[in-house]
Design a binder for this molecule. Structure first.
Ligand code: CAO
Length: 582
């Protein structure tokens, strides 16, 4: 017996590395260069290869240990190798192999950082990928080896119940064949086989709750390596191991419905699940360090665009993906992976002639802010009618006065004034929510935005201190701001600072609508066309002019009773405008 120490080689610049996986066990027979440990520095994960062929007689490290160059991690009996190793040459062999080993480890470490295109580097990277956490033991037995398949990353989910076991002990499976189906609260996912081989033992049962890294089943895997080409195409030969990302299915589809699920379109799938379905047979190529980083940052690797050789995801790709999503979030755009399925457009030209036009900046901005409000604000709309018969009589009586002043007195200034009174009486409508700091921001001023329909899109200029202004002044300002909006002459300051908004479609028509709250405001009043309606006065129906009010509010800030009080108060104020003076 000729026992040799297995030492940690040059670590390519890293002083210390942590053992993250043992790839062999005592008694295993390995070939020279077979990976025995996976270690991780702060920059990369690398596999430490065996410097000799032989039988592992001792492994003196465990997961979590910290290693430096030269540390002994175990011993190997090179006599058991049967590969003609000459004992007499062992010293020089040691040196030669140690050197080769050092260069290799060094290359691997650099590889992760430098994204080299060289073939050799690719192989190392593929090897690194193959050391993923599904492979907890790699015992060789002639032309086959035993593998314990572990639960892959589940997109952040934990304790997901098994709803179906898709295989039985003794079954032969191919790479990516579904082994087990699990169901999170968002989607059903199939956990695919990372190997082709035979199922020896199933270690889970229906109802078990699984998390990443749990043992799933044991397999005998054929030792016939499929090679690079197969690895890239997801072929099923030999011990080829593929991405561990689970295949997701539309909700409600079990593993038994796999064929049906596979034949469904990606649009259907996305509509049913918050996940982005990886294309059939697709897989993620990423090393353990990259996977670890993705887990820490909450990045779904199936959504990260790879830039490494052979479509490998690099650390920079994960960081770039996170940066991009952060930027989108800050700009108020929808964030990938935020649980909002994208809308896939069909090819409209198949239905008839179409023409594409770029969206204007204003349309893009409006779309973004509407979307932001719609997604962030739990909306409720309260409807009511205000009897404005007397108000309209008064307004019309002021027509001549208005002409003299050069101001048109529409219902809008009355409504602005009534809203200012209501905001002062029900100040819970004059707030914004700071959800980050869990604070309510109460405003001591009353500025109201008015939605203006312009040829270039919707604009919302703001009338300041509405509570301190008279009807004529409000009419004048509303007219002036609406004119500026239509002429694209509004200054940014004239569109900022609103506490509340009014959107009037009364001049156009309609009976009711549900406006979208202009967040961070917490309410918006929609006005539809006033109409003469019969109103029962206790003795007879009277013709009255009723103005439909539609108050949308943020239900986080305002409760339904207050919303009813608000529209009720508006109806009273507009029903008897003398009350606006009180
Ligand atoms: N019921 C019946 N008639 C009404 C009314 C109502 N609720 N509101 C206004 N009117 C009448 C006005 O009295 C005026 O009639 P006269 O000319 O006979 O006096 C006519 O409708 C037109 O009024 P107006 O629209 O010029 O003026 P306004 O003060 O009512 O509104 C403004 C100003 C800027 C709000 C309005 O022009 C506008 O742009 N509205 C559209 C807002 C919008 O697009 N909202 C949707 C946002 S979400 O997509």
């Amino acid at each position: 017996m000729s026992e040799q120490d297995i030492k940690v080689p040059d670590l390519g610049g890293a002083d210390e590395v942590e053992v993250i996986e043992l790839l062999v066990s005592k008694g295993d027979t390995v070939e020279e260069e077979d990976p025995i440990l996976t270690v991780e520095s702060d920059k990369a994960s690398v596999e430490l290869p065996s410097p000799f062929a032989g039988k592992i007689t001792k492994l003196s490290v465990k997961v979590g240990d910290t290693l430096s160059e030269g540390d002994v991690v175990g011993t190997i009996d090179t006599d058991s190798a049967g590969d003609g190793d000459d004992d007499d040459d062992s010293d020089s062999d040691d040196k030669e192999k140690g050197k080769a080993e050092s260069e290799k480890a060094s290359d691997e470490s650099k590889d992760e950082d430098t994204d080299s295109d060289e073939d050799q580097d690719d192989k190392q990277k593929e090897k690194e990928s193959d050391s993923g956490k599904q492979k907890s033991s790699g015992k060789k037995d002639g032309g086959s080896r035993k593998e314990t398949v572990k639960v892959p990353a589940l997109d952040g989910f934990e304790d997901v119940p098994v709803i179906d076991i898709n295989v039985s002990e003794g079954d032969e499976v191919g790479v990516e064949d579904p082994l087990v189906t699990v169901e999170s609260d968002k989607a059903t996912m199939e956990l695919p086989s990372p190997y082709a081989g035979r199922i020896d033992k199933i270690l889970v049962k229906e109802g078990d709750k699984l998390s990443e890294g749990d043992d799933l089943l044991e397999m005998t895997v054929q030792e016939d390596d499929g090679g690079d080409a197969d690895d890239e195409t997801g072929g099923e030969s030999g011990s080829e191991k593929v991405d561990k990302a689970p295949k997701e299915e539309p909700e409600g589809k079990s593993g038994k419905d796999k064929k049906q699920a596979e034949s469904s379109t990606s649009e259907e799938t996305e509509g049913d699940s918050t996940y982005q379905m990886p294309s059939p047979g697709s897989k993620v190529h990423a090393g353990p360090a990259v996977r670890k980083l993705a887990r820490e940052l909450g990045a779904d690797l199936t959504r990260v665009k790879p830039s490494g050789p052979k479509s490998r995801i690099l650390k920079e790709d994960v960081e770039g993906y996170i940066r991009q999503n952060l930027k989108k979030a800050q700009e108020g755009g929808s964030v990938e992976g935020a649980g909002i399925p994208g809308v896939k457009l069909p090819d409209f030209s198949q239905f008839g002639e179409v023409e594409r036009q770029p969206m204007s900046r204003m349309m893009t901005a409006t779309a973004t802010s509407m979307h932001k409000s719609w997604l962030n604000v739990p909306h409720v709309t309260q409807f009511d009618d205000a009897d404005i018969t007397e108000m309209e009589a008064f307004r019309k009586s002021q027509k001549q006065a208005g002409e003299k002043k050069g101001v048109k007195l529409t219902p809008l200034p009355f409504i602005l004034k009534a809203c200012a009174v209501a905001l002062a009486e029900l100040p819970q409508f004059n707030v914004s929510l700071d959800m980050e700091r869990k604070e309510v921001v109460r405003k001591k001023y009353i500025h109201i935005g008015i939605a203006v329909d312009t040829p270039h899109g919707l604009m919302v200029p703001v009338i300041r201190d509405v509570d301190q202004k008279g009807l004529w002044q409000l009419a004048e300002e509303a007219q002036e701001l609406a004119g500026k909006a239509r002429d694209k002459k509004l200054k940014p300051a004239e569109m900022q600072g609103a506490c509340f908004s009014i959107t009037s479609l009364g001049g156009i028509g309609g009976t009711a609508f549900t406006p979208i709250v202009n967040t961070p405001e917490v309410a918006i009043l929609g006005l539809s066309r006033a109409d003469m309606k019969p109103v029962w006065d206790g003795e007879a129906f009277q013709p009255r002019l009723l103005l439909p009010l539609s108050l949308s509010y943020d239900h986080r800030a305002v409760n339904g009773a207050d919303a009813a009080r608000f529209t009720n108060l508006l109806a009273q104020l507009l029903g008897d405008i003398r009350r606006l003076l009180l």
